[in-house]
Design a protein around this ligand. Structure first.
Ligand code: ADQ
Length: 570
């Protein structure tokens, strides 16, 4: 069980991500099984779990029949601190494959050509974000911290604010468009009064304390009518102040919302291509803290707010409707000790020995990527081809082991990439290979942690050629596994990691010649230089860990009041 027992922790943290870190399966006897995954975010939050009462809200990745949900929900919450948002398959597909991965993902990675804008996908994105907002708003209480993760949920902060207070004009508009607010209800009232629950305004009455109305509220599948009251606000209050007063009525004031983007935020010149560029920015501006991996992404976000919304920004944030959304840089990391300790395991050591024997007399370059067009795998293969052409003395003396984890195979661009990589590998192996020797060992599959660690430890160099990448944790993992060999890290300057990993050989993956040259220098670099590079790199990786990232962000969020640094404007 993952649930934390022990003493009562007062501060509650609710993490929201598209996917819950639990995989659910049902066996032939109809019994449910749960498996906690060990992704980067899971370890990143381990620090926060120690000091806070922690719940994770997200889509369980699978349709669960309504009659099974009580049982599933109960176990998820009790054993894993998880709470599900159910989406039907069609909605999940359009939200995830459609809008998130076919529109935002390519655009944020400077691939506007791959972007397929489709109004139905946009609608699904809003609907899915709304479902998340409904679940989160039911769940949260006064003083909670809600930390929203990544590009799948960029409307959630705004929708959540609007649900917990009714005081967000944009949020109310979206809710109305999604049919959460009954047609024909007076617009002013719709804007003014909405329950914290997925409700439909029914009747309105003006009283001394404010406007009273009945909301149809669905609770545990039952339709209840609940009274919601919106107070009279004194004149001259900012939206932020009204939000807090209205939320207090519902026991939901002082809720801090944070958002972290794991991808790059592109230059405003690329971002403005997005047909719904305003809505997405407004979606996150209702946060108290907005975090990015690098200073450049934060800067791009702020300049998009200026250019597209006409807002004035400060270097560390932006005032919007009386709330100050602080914008900052929080570079993520990994838990390097998992790799350091993993490497000590007997099984891994045995595997490493076997691999060393297999590749004796031959240097190994490792590539580990999700099979995604942002990872620059074709560029990597081209560079290797140029290198082998110009340095035939290395043919038979170096191999590239490229692990490519299958990813988003329902999206057409990923199918095209798969075919392209298959063809390139075949061609280059045909050109330089013999019956005994293949320059590229290409594995289109996910490998176990033990195998991955052994491969990282074996490799004399690691090659990351992303054309854009929020951070890139493969570089961190490789460095953590190189305490013996001190291999060279060849890293694309377009990965966020390039800003931090001083001691790497930086490359522009579009420049095939200089990437080929970098492969050459990585292979020929002397042991002293490699050692000194590795020490710098490992020092950084051990300091800026995943846990440090999570704790720093959450501590900062705890500190914020929502007010502008110089008090409320006006
Ligand atoms: P990703 O695009 O998934 O993450 P990355 O940070 O490199 O990219 O993480 C990939 C993970 O998948 C690594 O932990 C790696 O070990 C694992 N992996 C890859 N191929 C594998 C294989 N064949 N078998 C087993 N495991 C494999 C997004 C952003 C990144 C950002 C992270 C975290 O795109 O830029 O660094 O989120 O914010």
């Amino acid at each position: 069980s993952q649930a934390d027992g022990g003493e009562k922790k007062s501060q509650r943290l609710i993490v929201v991500s598209n996917r819950l870190p639990v995989t659910i399966s049902k066996d032939a006897n109809g019994e449910y099984h749960f498996k906690m995954s060990s992704g980067g975010l899971v370890s990143a939050l381990s620090g926060c779990k120690k000091t806070m009462e922690f719940t994770w809200i997200g889509w369980p990745g699978k349709y669960i029949p309504v009659e099974d949900r009580d049982h599933v929900n109960d176990r998820l919450l009790k054993e894993y601190n998880c709470f599900p948002v159910y989406l039907n398959d069609d909605l999940a597909d359009k939200h995830y494959n459609g809008f998130s991965n076919s529109i935002l993902w390519p655009l944020f990675h400077y691939h506007p050509g791959e972007m397929n804008f489709d109004a139905a996908h946009w609608l699904a994105y809003r609907e899915a974000n709304m479902r998340f907002a409904e679940v989160v708003s039911n769940f949260c209480q006064s003083g909670d911290m809600v930390w929203v993760q990544d590009y799948h949920l960029m409307l959630l902060p705004m929708l959540l604010r609007s649900m917990i207070s009714g005081e967000s004009a944009q949020g109310e508009m979206v809710r109305k468009e999604l049919g959460r607010v009954k047609e024909g209800v007076d617009d002013e009232v719709v804007k003014d009064v909405l329950g914290m629950q997925p409700g439909v305004a029914q009747a309105v009455e003006h009283t001394d304390e404010g406007v009273e109305m009945l909301d149809d509220v669905e609770e545990d599948g039952e339709l209840l009518q609940m009274k919601a009251r919106r107070p009279h606000f004194p004149r001259g209050l900012s939206t932020f102040q009204k939000q807090e007063i209205a939320a207090k009525e519902k026991g939901k004031d002082g809720i801090r919302i944070g958002f972290f983007l794991h991808t790059p935020f592109p230059s405003s010149e690329i971002y403005r291509v997005l047909p719904v560029r305003r809505e997405i920015l407004l979606g996150v501006l209702q946060c108290d803290l907005i975090g990015f991996h690098t200073y450049d992404y934060a800067r791009h976000f702020l300049s998009s707010c200026t250019r597209i919304l006409g807002l004035q920004t400060q270097p560390n944030g932006i005032e919007f409707e009386g709330r100050y959304a602080q914008v900052g840089t929080y570079p993520i990391g990994i838990e390097p000790m998992q790799f350091v300790e993993g490497l000590q395991q007997e099984k891994v050591q045995k595997r490493l020995k076997a691999l060393e024997t297999r590749f004796q007399g031959c240097k190994v370059i490792i590539g580990v990527d999700r099979l995604d067009y942002i990872k620059g795998i074709p560029q990597k293969l081209h560079a290797l081809e140029v290198f082998l052409t110009q340095h035939p003395e290395w043919i038979g003396k170096v191999v590239l082991v490229q692990l490519a984890i299958p990813s988003r195979q329902d999206v057409e661009e990923y199918q095209n990439l798969r075919a392209c990589v298959n063809e390139l590998v075949g061609r280059i192996n045909g050109r330089f290979g013999t019956v005994e020797f293949m320059p590229i060992h290409y594995l289109h599959k996910s490998v176990s942690f033990e195998e991955l660690t052994a491969m990282y430890a074996l490799a004399d160099a690691c090659l990351v050629t992303s054309t854009r990448d929020g951070m890139n944790l493969v570089a961190y993992e490789y460095i953590s596994s190189q305490s013996q060999r001190h291999g060279s890290m060849v890293l694309s300057e377009f990965a966020g990691a390039a800003q931090s990993l001083n001691g790497s050989i930086l490359i522009n993956p579009w420049d095939t010649q200089s990437t080929a040259d970098a492969i050459h220098s990585a292979l020929e670099m002397g042991p002293e230089q490699r050692k000194s590079n590795w020490e710098k790199l490992f020092n950084y990786v051990s300091k800026y860990t995943a846990e440090a990232w999570g704790t720093t962000f959450v501590n900062e969020l705890t500190r914020l009041s929502g007010l502008p640094p110089n008090g409320p404007a006006g």
